[in-house]
Design a protein. Sequence first.
Length: 112
Amino acid sequence: MAENKIKCKYIFEENYNPVYINGAQGGINPLGEIVVNFYLERNALPKSQTFSIENGIMGKESAEVEPEDLKNSFVRIIQNGIIMNYQTAKEIHRWLGEHISSLEIISKINEK
């Protein structure tokens, strides 16, 4: 009896380059598809800073910084996103759940 199976071959674009993310934003669009925008969240960087010069050497940072609210700011850099239908979302949910369960088992083993 012949076994039913199918082989999936993966084709990688030449510019394939996985990126690190630490968050996502999105929702359901008017067509009933799920939209997910992935981002990297980090502290904001200054556009400019001012330092004193003491004896020809750069000294302490002054209060002048642009933007003024820099210490209370962070940025979310969105480099990519996905749009998927209900069935694809269910499959990815299942797939992620399986991998999360595996990680939890590994974590418990490593705790011992």
